[in-house]
Write a protein that binds this ligand. Structure first.
Ligand code: GDP
Length: 336
């Protein structure tokens, strides 16, 4: 769902031939950033698959940076997953994320990158944070236990960017999006997030003529969803901010170098299931499985700082889910 960038700063800071490294370009977020950069005329994009470069290997990452010296870095490489993957594979989530981000942030500093955007998630905030969640609520309370390993890794990355900015004068920014979905999402039911899981479940139930679809938990948790093309647009917008606005984000006293990227499109899991059921055209019933965890009750990001810079999301949730369902049908034939 390629669309023109909303309110792209003019002129952009990154020249069209700037050397830009997108870490994690095969994932949903990284691939959306690459698509958007290409659409905007960027020609010097650097990507490397995990088979070619294991980002958990410090020496290999340092060598990659020494050889390529990227000026701008979008750090979208991460171990990610839904509520069950996050709560049952905490060792992988904490180790892989800490290693990947530590190596890239450190190498970017060592090789004098101009800017780096570190992407995380709103699950870094305390489980019972006041809503909507402002950036300065970071580290003011306990985390949601189902994804605390992932969250602690991401918090360490934010702290690393801040510490390097303070000590070494780097210009590294962390952006925290809400629940994302879109092309190249993970539709594996054991590791995916709720939105792609429900697209697949309703589609397969419709194809099989099943009577019911099972949705995990109570249906009451609220989640804020954003199409990944909007996150990619916001990422370019932030990377291209004029120096004075960018510097004021880095220096923002209550929460330096940290910005939320939300859409404000909040919906309960119950209503999301109803929306996807209708879009897929499934006629049966929805059953809730209370043995599965609900996770955090609500995590609505306060994105007013991003909005005050002039950026807004474009993709409406219903349109985005329709688009994601089309992508699933066209690209996931092997799994349905
Ligand atoms: P979270 O936002 O980190 O909690 O991650 P998820 O996207 O995995 O889950 C969001 C909410 O959707 C939780 O309350 C889940 O229990 C609920 N949910 C309902 N059905 C499903 C499903 O089939 N898969 C997943 N991943 N979550 C589901």
């Amino acid at each position: 769902m390629s669309h023109k960038l909303p309110l792209q700063p003019n002129p952009p800071v990154m020249p069209s031939d700037a050397s830009i490294y997108v870490a994690g370009h095969r994932g949903m977020v990284g691939s959306a950033i690459v698509r958007t950069l290409r659409d905007e005329g960027y020609t010097n994009l650097l990507t490397c698959s995990s088979a070619e470069l294991d980002l958990r290997n410090q020496a290999a990452v340092l060598r990659f940076f020494a050889d390529n010296r990227p000026e701008y870095i979008f750090l979208a490489a991460a171990r990610v997953g839904g509520i069950i993957a996050n709560s049952t594979r905490k060792g992988e989530f904490i180790y892989d994320n800490l290693m990947i981000q530590t190596n890239i942030i450190h190498s970017a500093c060592t090789h004098c990158a101009s800017r780096l955007l570190f992407l995380g998630s709103t699950c870094i905030y305390p489980k019972n944070a006041p809503q909507p969640i402002r950036e300065e609520y970071l580290l003011t309370g306990s985390l949601e236990p189902t994804n605390d390993a992932y969250a602690i890794a991401k918090i360490a990355g934010i702290a690393q960017c801040r510490s390097y900015n303070e000590q070494y004068g780097t210009r590294f920014l962390s952006a925290m999006p809400n629940n994302l979905y879109g092309p190249h999402d993970n539709f594996d039911l054991t590791s995916s997030h709720v939105l792609p899981a429900l697209i697949r479940k309703f589609h397969e139930a419709k194809e099989a003529g099943a009577d019911t679809v099972t949705v995990w938990g109570s249906g009451t948790p609220l989640r804020e969803f954003m199409h990944v093309d909007d996150l990619a647009a916001a990422s370019l917008f932030l990377m291209n901010l004029p120096d004075d606005s960018y510097s004021s984000l880095l220096a923002y006293a209550p929460a330096p170098a940290l910005i939320n990227v939300g859409s404000g499109q909040e919906i309960s899991i119950f209503d999301l299931a109803g929306l996807i059921k209708d879009i897929v055209g499934f006629d049966g019933d929805i059953v809730f499985d209370a043995s599965k965890p609900d996770g955090t009750p609500r995590k609505l990001a306060d994105s007013s700082r991003l909005h005050s810079l002039g950026w807004r999301h474009l993709v409406d949730l219903e349109e985005g889910v329709r688009n994601a369902y089309i992508w699933f049908k066209e690209n996931c034939r092997g799994i349905h």
